[in-house]
Design a protein around this ligand. Structure first.
Ligand code: UDP
Length: 326
């Protein structure tokens, strides 16, 4: 039975599709290609293009394929944009999950894995953040994902759905084939590297945070380590074990440390200037991923920030204009 991967043309989804295919799973991708890329989906993987907020499109997917499990990546995922266009976030992120869950349950399918986020926690009350921390999102992106998690809980309780929510910290890095290609790009590592292939100088958002060098600290996690966690979570759901798990390395790096890593990997100077703080950025977000390690047997192996940045740089060297230039 094929696994439906929504958003399989996007950054993390495309890496997970490759990982599933590599272990012999049958995969179907649904993507509206608004931010995903046709070129990021291997030609032998069926790709259906459409909008998951349209129940008709979702019905068509289930009519065409016998879907037993869904890995759901398709979502809007930018904090800043969600502060400007909250309705867009709640509609797309929540309604998409609702349509998928109703179709999955109606067809007798069982398993659902949600791409969730550290943004479900909001301003952390303790660091590192574990899954028992309060979930008080400070932006519509995090709030919409928390609502999706609540949908999963209710469908689990009332329909016997097996579900897992994976709360990513800062996804980063690339595989040999797939990398980060957002337009507009808002993430630190690709923006820092783009300065070396014709991009504008980087602006560091705030040098006055209560951290050792004054810049924000984040927990960067390699996209292949995230993919490993999805495969393990799928296996665990097969045994009837689900839940919400943080996915991070448990180590934080400041913006200036990331820039230093990029300079060391590339051997070049990254041009940057200081700018004001970005609205909604907490000073420090670092995961405790003990639960995922213990329950899923997850063991991220690419936690060195240089390894992460180097993989992103190799991909950017090969794809200086992203997939368009592929
Ligand atoms: N950041 C920055 N300049 C940029 C983009 C990001 O200083 O052009 C900082 C941002 O304020 C945050 C960190 O880099 O502290 C990571 O931001 P990113 O957007 O990559 O991920 P987020 O933490 O928002 O998920």
């Amino acid at each position: 039975m094929p696994i439906l991967v929504t958003g399989g043309g996007g950054y993390i989804g495309s890496v997970v599709v490759d990982a599933l295919s590599a272990r012999g799973e049958s995969v179907v991708v649904a993507d509206d290609l608004a931010r995903g890329h046709r070129e990021a989906v291997a030609p032998d993987v069926p790709l259906r293009i459409g909008d998951l907020t349209d129940p008709g499109f979702v019905r068509q997917l289930f009519a065409e394929f016998s879907i037993d499990a869904i890995l759901h990546f398709a979502a809007w995922s930018q904090v800043g944009e969600s502060m400007r266009e909250p309705g867009k976030y709640f509609r797309n992120n929540y309604v998409g999950v609702l349509n998928l869950l109703e179709a999955l349950v109606a067809s007798g399918g069982r398993s659902f894995i949600l791409s969730s986020t550290a943004a479900t926690y909001g301003e952390p009350t303790s660091c590192p953040i574990d899954e028992a921390s309060p979930t008080l999102p400070t932006n519509p992106y995090g709030a919409s994902k928390l609502q999706c998690e609540q949908l999963l809980r209710w469908f689990g309780e009332l329909h016997g759905l097996r579900w897992t929510a994976l709360r990513y910290f800062n996804a980063a890095g690339a595989t040999a084939e797939r990398g980060e290609d957002h337009e507009p790009e808002t993430h630190l590592i690709p923006l820092a590297l783009r300065t070396l292939v014709g991009g504008s100088p980087l602006t560091v958002f705030g040098l006055d945070y209560p951290t050792p060098d004054g810049t924000c600290i984040r927990d960067y996690i390699h996209v292949s380590d995230l993919a490993d966690a999805h495969l393990l979570a799928l296996d665990a759901l097969g045994r009837g074990e689900g839940g919400a798990y943080n996915l991070g390395n448990g180590t934080g790096f400041s913006v200036l440390e990331v820039i230093a890593a990029a300079e060391s990997v590339t051997g070049r100077t990254i041009p940057w200037q200081a700018g004001p703080r970005r609205a909604g950025d907490p000073a420090r977000l670092v995961a405790s991923s003990g639960l995922a390690r213990e329950r899923l047997g997850w063991s991220p192996s690419r936690g060195d920030i240089r390894v992460i940045v180097e993989s992103a740089w190799r991909w950017m060297e090969r794809h200086p204009r992203g997939y368009r230039g592929a």
